[in-house]
Design a binder for this molecule. Structure first.
Ligand SMILES: *[C@@H]1O[C@H](CO)[C@@H](O)[C@H](O)[C@H]1NC(C)=O
Ligand SMILES: *[C@@H]1O[C@H](CO)[C@@H](O)[C@H](O)[C@H]1NC(C)=O
Ligand SMILES: *[C@@H]1O[C@H](CO)[C@@H](O)[C@H](O)[C@H]1NC(C)=O
Ligand SMILES: *[C@@H]1O[C@H](CO)[C@@H](O)[C@H](O)[C@H]1NC(C)=O
Ligand SMILES: *[C@@H]1O[C@H](CO)[C@@H](O)[C@H](O)[C@H]1NC(C)=O
Length: 642
């Protein structure tokens, strides 16, 4: 006999089943603290990428090198707070200083949030010149002077403050002997409150929205989900028809219409990062397989022959390798394709690297002037890259850089990989660097319109690297000595992409901040994360240098003004921007021209915003300078017509 249940009863029954069954298992409470999904205290509950420890009723969070106590969890916002490390007794050194502070595993879905304000203490003198939020007015001094437990830190002079931007993932609060030895972090700090009303030091972290749990068989999922192959052999408990994945509760729930947050769940950064990893893994496989086939050809040739034949075969293999390399380099490029130069050619061109041909020595090695057999003058740069990349990887990077073709970028003609270090061959730019023209007293000072053109050219070159090059190229070391001037005083940006040759990381999280003191983006300095806005910051310093003719770091200025950015920002706060403009520019300038110079100065300041999301893009900067040039052109016309 069948019982015909009325429809509403069936519906209620389904709902009951749904609410009672979870696709993912929430972990049991740790002592009295609930452990929300996806946090996992054991192998059978939560999501295994979200590991956290329950240690005798206390939740602990493990970083790469340390363990911190979890103070609170907010599941709805995916936030939790861990305690700040403690001071070693009677020192201004943190307990986690030996292990370099908080360092999260960048492969895991945890990040430090932008709600933290981090104050650094017992900093080195270098740090206080490089990082801009370290002057006597910095909030760090306020806390140091008002808080009794900071008494030992008062004995050491330098401290800094840092508030991360919200657009990038933060993985580190790093303290090292060459920087600072302690930190205090505050969550949602309202700086206008007195120190007595500040919260206890703590670090807020967030976790990425979890994807559906993985499974091996259907038994790992419950009745609301099916264990299915998603892609690449990874099986996942996918919600059944008419159900959707709710990442917050970790369950399949009825798929109501107008669910607003669905896309945000699917598009979570964790999922995106997982995809990126897959792509990266694929690239590595492709690379290894081509590399191996080349290797096997050579090895078999060597083993099967006598010395004489071996030599001949080796030669053939070398030629084959070099042909393959030519192909790597030449692939896909147009008429201005890159070349591979032989060691003989390079030695002939530079007259065997005679010291008289030395043009300069940069962070990546010496640069020699040379003349190729066809009469072209070139600059040959020895790339001291360390052993981080194989020759084929270098060639691949050279191929990318050779395709970069813009009138405001120094053109890379090719390279030579036969000598101990790779050599890069560039077009020769005859008129020296912007640094020489600004700071060498024996040179004729640059005029205002020359400076504007140089600033504009540089912006165009960088905008091309950021927005037109594929993949985008971040320069990482913009400074006046890297801006070269041609015979017509047009600017060409040099040395772009060199850091790509040295570092294989794709994640944009580097292990050490590169760049030149005085030009280095503080956001990059503190959290090691690279975006186009780091270049915008360095470019802002360049603009100040152009406007003031002062060096980015100059120990001849008073201690608090050693860093040009700190110095000019102080002057701008006192509403005296005109005072720092190079006197040779101000002489004979009309009011309108002075206004244009001020606009230029404020543009520089906007590039130097501490929060990177507030900085303009290189394209916007270029348009702004265009606008200032328009004003100057109008003035010139008026002068003519008078
Ligand atoms: C400051 O840090 C250094 C290590 O960088 C340490 O040796 C020194 O004792 C610290 N100063 C104080 C007052 O604790
Ligand atoms: C931190 O941990 C990583 C990985 O476990 C290790 O490579 C590194 O040496 C450690 N650093 C310190 C300062 O202990
Ligand atoms: C970081 O996390 C990944 C993924 O769980 C793991 O494979 C890796 O070993 C971790 N790295 C370190 C240094 O612990
Ligand atoms: C910070 O504190 C001040 C003074 O109590 C208050 O007026 C202001 O609204 C607070 N700001 C925020 C963002 O809470
Ligand atoms: C995820 O984001 C991409 C790009 O921002 C967008 O095209 C796509 O439609 C989004 N996916 C969902 C499911 O909303």
């Amino acid at each position: 006999m069948t019982v015909n249940l009325p429809r509403p009863v069936v519906f209620v029954a389904i709902l009951l089943v749904l609410s009672g069954c979870a696709v993912a298992t929430r972990c049991p409470n740790c002592g009295k603290i609930p452990v929300p999904y996806p946090l996992s205290t054991g192998p059978t509950c939560g999501h295994q990428s979200y590991k956290i420890r329950c240690d005798a009723g206390v939740l602990k969070f493990d970083t790469l090198n340390n363990t911190y106590t979890v103070k609170s969890i907010s599941p709805e916002n995916r936030l939790f707070v861990i305690g700040n490390s403690r001071f070693l007794p009677n020192t201004c050194v943190m307990a986690d200083f030996a292990t370099n502070g908080v360092q999260l595993n960048t492969s895991l879905p945890f990040t430090i949030t932008a709600s933290n304000t981090v104050l650094y203490y017992n900093c080195s003198e270098t740090t206080s010149f490089v990082a801009i939020e370290c002057p006597p007015t910095s909030i760090c001094h306020t806390y140091q002077n008002a808080s009794p437990q900071m008494s030992t830190c008062r004995r050491v002079p330098h401290c800094c403050s840092y508030k991360p931007g919200s657009t990038t993932n933060l993985y580190f609060i790093r303290i090292t002997p060459d920087r600072c030895s302690s930190y205090t972090s505050f969550v949602n700090l309202n700086m206008s409150l007195p120190v007595s009303k500040w919260p206890d030091p703590a670090v807020e972290l967030t976790w990425a929205t979890p994807p559906e749990p993985p499974c091996v068989t259907q038994a790992d999922c419950d009745s609301t989900a099916t264990c299915k192959d998603v892609q690449g052999g990874v099986k996942t408990c996918l919600c059944k028809h008419n159900l959707r994945w709710d990442a917050v509760v970790g369950q399949c729930v009825p798929a109501l219409k107008n669910i607003l947050d669905e896309s945000s769940v699917e598009n979570s950064s964790f999922v995106a990062r997982a995809d990126l990893k897959k792509i990266r893994a694929k690239r590595i496989t492709v690379f290894t397989s081509t590399f191996c086939s080349v290797g096997i050809t050579i090895v078999s040739a060597v083993l099967t022959t006598t010395i004489c034949i071996r030599r001949r075969r080796e030669k053939a293999a070398r030629q084959r390798l070099s042909r393959e390399r030519e192909e790597i380099v030449g692939a896909g490029s147009g008429d201005r394709s890159s070349r591979i130069f032989s060691s003989k050619e390079i030695k002939r061109a530079t007259n065997n690297f005679t010291p008289t041909g030395l043009l300069g020595a940069g962070g990546f090695g010496e640069v020699y002037k040379g003349v190729l057999d066809d009469g072209t003058t070139v600059a040959v740069k020895c790339a001291k890259l360390g052993n981080t990349k194989s020759i084929d990887q270098v060639l691949n990077e050279v191929r990318i850089l050779c395709q970069v073709n813009h009138k405001n970028l120094v053109h890379l003609l090719g390279c030579c990989v036969e000598l101990q270090q790779p050599f890069l061959v560039y077009e020769y730019v005859p008129n020296g660097s912007l640094y020489d023209h600004l700071h060498d007293r024996s040179k004729q000072p640059l005029t205002w319109s020359q400076r504007l053109i140089i600033a504009h050219d540089t912006a165009e070159g960088l905008a091309y690297l950021h927005f037109s090059a594929s993949p985008p190229i971040y320069h990482r070391d913009i400074k006046s000595s890297n801006i070269l001037l041609d015979a017509k005083m047009k600017a060409k940006v040099a040395d772009f992409g060199l850091s790509r040759l040295a570092h294989a990381d794709v994640t944009h999280v580097t292990t050490c901040a590169q760049g030149t003191l005085g030009y280095l983006d503080p956001d990059y300095y503190w959290n090691y994360q690279l975006t186009d806005k780091s270049d915008v910051y360095s470019y802002g310093v360049l603009l100040l240098e152009i406007l003031t003719s002062q060096k980015a770091i100059d120990f001849n200025r008073p201690t608090n003004d050693v860093n040009l950015v700190t110095y000019v920002k102080r002057i701008v706060n006192e509403e005296r921007l005109v005072d720092v403009i190079d006197p040779t520019l101000k002489k004979h300038a009309s009011t309108l021209e002075i206004d244009a110079m001020k606009a230029f100065g404020f543009l520089a300041i906007s590039c130097l915003e501490e929060r990177r999301e507030n900085r303009p893009s290189m394209e916007e900067v270029s348009e702004e300078i265009d606008y200032v040039m328009g004003i100057v052109a109008t003035v010139a016309e008026e002068k003519l017509s008078r």
